[in-house]
Design a protein around this ligand. Structure first.
Ligand SMILES: [Zn+2]
Length: 56
């Protein structure tokens, strides 16, 4: 089964057509940008909320 009219995915960073080599991004640059974005959000998030010590 194939979908010949399937639209090419777009880069979530710059909305350019994605490159098969860098899916779902258009280039290594956007791949890196997305990774940095996630890392930045990770830094801002509180660390391991489940490890909160129980109240006494
Ligand atoms: Zn891009």
């Amino acid at each position: 089964m194939s979908t010949p009219s399937k639209p090419r995915p777009r880069c979530p960073i710059c909305k350019a057509p994605a490159s098969p080599d860098h899916l779902p991004f258009c280039s290594q640059l956007c791949k890196d940008r997305d990774l940095l974005k996630w890392m930045n959000e990770d830094y801002r998030a509180p660390v391991a909320p489940e490890e909160e010590p129980p109240r006494d």
